[in-house]
Design a binder for this molecule. Structure first.
Ligand code: GAR
Length: 214
């Protein structure tokens, strides 16, 4: 059984998808938010998951916040720390401490559109395919070995909200899958690439566009 700690900042729908997946080899040890008002905290509490808040506004520096956050996380002896809409940039020391056991989901097909406002930027760029990526976290923001991606078509009727909704549906599919693979001990990183054991498919499987033509 692998201990999983999930970090959120807001709604927590990805955390919810992972909890609802009820992965047999994963124990959700805690949900930690940097915002006391994060909507996802109530879902976690209702599901009898330990909930904590490490409020970043109470700390004078990124390093002080990251140290307090790491202490809260490590109390749960995590095998994996899952960033699920956790909207804080983490210090290099924090990332190094969790090397190989820190995962993130980002709402774009990385390496396209790292950073914020990914759906707006995808529409502005005129891409025809957009999506989401689960990756191991490295020191560079929204970078790191890719575990799984999912793609959705961008259609002429799409606006930021419709595109975000399409991508979010895929996020809820691929993040539990990535956590499941990790919990089953099937992921390893070799030369910056993720290898998935026990299947003759590439670790970046998951490019399954929903058919949504004009
Ligand atoms: C998700 O779309 C996630 O991909 C994104 O924030 C949203 C959180 O939603 N994360 C990032 O942009 C990180 N760079 P949720 O709180 O409902 O899971």
């Amino acid at each position: 059984m692998k201990n999983i700690v999930i970090l959120i900042s807001g709604r927590g729908s990805n955390m919810e998808a992972i909890v609802r997946a009820a992965i047999p080899s994963a124990h959700i040890a805690a949900v930690i938010s940097n915002r006391p008002t994060a909507g996802g905290l109530s879902f976690a509490a209702e599901h009898d998951i330990a909930c904590e808040v490490v409020d970043h506004t109470a700390y004078g520096s990124r390093e002080a916040f990251d140290a307090a956050l790491a202490a809260a996380i490590d109390a749960h002896e995590p095998d994996l720390v899952v960033l699920a809409g956790f909207m804080r940039v983490l210090s290099d020391g924090f990332v190094e401490h969790y090397a190989g056991r820190l995962m993130n989901i980002h709402p774009s097909l990385l390496p396209s559109f790292p950073g914020l406002h990914t759906h707006r930027r995808a529409l502005e760029a005129g891409v025809r395919i957009h999506g989401a990526t689960v990756h191991f976290v490295t020191a560079t923001l929204d970078c790191g070995p890719i575990v799984i991606q999912a793609a959705v078509p961008v259609t002429s009727g799409d606006d930021e909200a419709s595109l975000a909704a399409k991508v979010l549906r895929e996020e809820h599919r691929i993040y539990p899958q990535a956590v499941r693979w990790f919990a089953e001990g099937r992921l390893r990183v070799e030369d910056g690439r993720v290898k998935l054991a026990g299947a003759d498919v590439p670790a970046v499987l998951g490019c399954v566009p929903a058919i949504d033509a004009d």
